[in-house]
Design a protein around this ligand. Structure first.
Ligand code: BTN
Length: 312
């Protein structure tokens, strides 16, 4: 950590620990720097979006559970790359990943002006939503890597269920729905080098305090479901902790079972559309690679490996 970042981190820690007003003099003594330097650091922190009030008595941190500023992320801080606005966090993450960024680097944006959905669709990314891409470098087989998207969806659904009592269900391949309305979408990009996984970038768009229903009537946000503003940072940290824990000891069979236990697709009549074709049938199972097995009207079975899934 550089001196500048170090001082800001220390100031942030002191203000958080104190929980009340802290004088500039006390901070300057603790850090061994002048009061003017303290003031300058605090001005930069305020400019970066951290809410610190100042008065004649000193400085006070305003608790803001919605802030996505890296300084607010505790042990995750150095892995967080924050953008007020960018085209797509997928593009920023791809650059960092190719430059060799560490495992679990997270790129997040308050807004995206070219947010990407699956199948070349646009992902509307207005203020208030949680838009991020996490770069992972797991030591798993290529086969298992193809399941990471499902794994991230299972973990995010679990965060919504256990942390917020939201009845989240998984829709094949990578959506999270609540009462058949979309609350979260995921997409991933994998790069392979010499037959090994170089990195997998998993992009997640979660409707938190945004109003997705304006553009997409079939969608819903956490705020609408809970009737209150939701702090995005806790949601993100809970997800990251869960996902990191899973990847430390990735078990494909456990994942498939968890997906099956929490999905809303199996048992329904569905249509799976790809750029080339469209198939219909009743979803009957998920195979070990994450493919959806459909039973067609003549009793034959086909496995869909990708595509858009519509409930009939
Ligand atoms: C889908 O359901 O179509 C997938 C949507 C994925 C959206 C997220 S938002 C963060 C990341 N950056 C992007 O441009 N897309 C993903």
């Amino acid at each position: 950590m550089g001196n500048e970042t170090n001082s800001k981190t220390r100031i942030f820690e002191l203000l958080s620990e104190s929980g009340s007003v802290l004088s500039g003099e006390k901070i300057s003594r603790e850090l061994g720097i002048s009061r003017v330097s303290v003031w300058k650091h605090i001005q930069k922190m305020i400019k970066a979006g951290i809410e610190i009030s100042s008065s004649a008595k000193g400085y006070q941190l305003q608790p803001d559970p919605d802030s996505l500023q890296p300084l607010q992320f505790g042990g995750w801080q150095e892995l967080i790359h924050h953008f007020s606005e960018t085209g797509s966090t997928m593009n920023e993450a791809a650059i960092l990943a190719r430059q060799g960024c560490p495992d679990f680097t997270v790129v997040l944006a308050e807004r995206q002006n070219q947010g990407r959905g699956r199948l070349q669709r646009l992902w509307t990314s207005a203020d208030g939503g949680l838009y991020f891409t996490v770069v992972v470098r797991p030591e798993i087989t290529l086969n298992a890597a193809g399941l990471l998207n499902l794994a991230a969806a299972v973990d995010m659904a679990e965060v919504l269920k256990t942390g917020y009592r939201i009845a989240a269900r998984l829709k094949w391949p990578n959506d999270i729905l609540v009462e058949d309305k979309k609350i979260c979408g995921l997409l991933s990009q994998m790069e392979i080098e010499g037959g090994q996984i170089a990195h997998v970038n998993i992009g997640i768009g979660l409707n938190v305090n945004n109003q997705p229903e304006i553009d997409e009537p079939g969608s819903v946000s956490m705020q609408r479901l809970l009737g209150r503003h939701v702090g995005r940072r806790d949601v993100l940290i809970s997800f990251l902790e869960r996902f990191r824990h899973r990847l430390n000891d990735f078990d494909e069979a456990v994942l498939i079972d968890q997906w099956k236990a929490n999905n809303s697709t199996i048992g329904r009549r569905v249509q799976i559309a790809t750029v080339k074709e469209s198939i219909e049938g009743t979803a009957v199972d998920l195979d070990q690679h994450g493919g959806l097995i459909l039973e067609q009207t003549d009793g034959s079975r086909v496995t869909a490996v990708h595509g858009d899934c519509f409930y009939n």
